[in-house]
Design a protein around this ligand. Structure first.
Ligand SMILES: Cc1cc2nc3c(=O)[nH]c(=O)nc-3n(C[C@H](O)[C@H](O)[C@H](O)COP(=O)(O)O)c2cc1C
Length: 175
């Protein structure tokens, strides 16, 4: 299959997740094009058989550039197998309220774009203190503290479950 992976990544973890997905897909013989959303606007989606869109949650929403891409290409996306990957830190916890909020974020994103993803998956991201400016670092330390999470603000902490992600990609698209 020819597969497009279109992503938005603010601190780099979603890009890393997409690269991993691309490697999994290529290992099984698919051909993959991986593009940041801001460079994918003009692409002709008709040359692909399937697409993965991936973005990360920042203050309760996915990146606007990914939303713009999804809205611009909703018609074609709705006619092919698709997967929306929503990267967040909240999914790394076990709070049902957080989970419900992430489901709302994903549903709102898709509805606003006029796109119905074939599958939606939540993927745990990372604390990337090496990428944060002072205020982001402060905000993230506060979030970690509030969650009772023990983190080292001198280094990055990754929550992504790579084995689960490989399983997900192995089973996609279903059928
Ligand atoms: C300023 C900021 C705000 C964030 N807001 C949320 C949030 O509202 N909910 C959440 O679950 N994660 C939140 N996160 C965590 C990110 O989703 C997580 O770090 C993810 O790995 C970022 O992916 P990226 O590196 O591809 O941008 C936030 C991170 C930052 C830096």
């Amino acid at each position: 299959m020819r597969i497009l992976i279109c992503y938005a990544s603010t601190e780099g973890q979603t890009r890393k997740i997409c690269r991993f997905c691309a490697e999994q897909l290529m290992a099984r013989g698919d051909s993959v094009e991986m593009l940041p959303a801001e460079e994918a606007g003009e692409i002709d989606l008709a040359i692909f058989d399937a697409a993965i869109l991936a973005g990360s949650v920042h203050v309760g929403r996915l990146q606007a550039r990914l939303a713009d891409f999804a809205a611009a290409h909703a018609g074609v996306l709705n006619g092919m197998p698709t997967l929306l990957l929503v990267v967040s830190l909240a999914i790394a916890g076990d709070d049902p309220g957080d989970r419900a909020e992430l489901d709302r974020i994903a549903a709102g994103f898709a509805q606003k774009a006029g796109w119905t993803p074939g599958q939606v998956a939540h993927v745990a991201g990372a604390f990337r203190f090496t990428e944060y400016d002072f205020f982001r670092a402060l905000a993230m330390r506060w979030i970690a503290h509030r969650k009772g999470e023990r983190i080292n603000p001198q280094k990055d902490t990754e929550y992504t479950d790579w084995a689960a992600l490989a399983d997900l990609i192995r089973g996609w698209p279903a059928g």
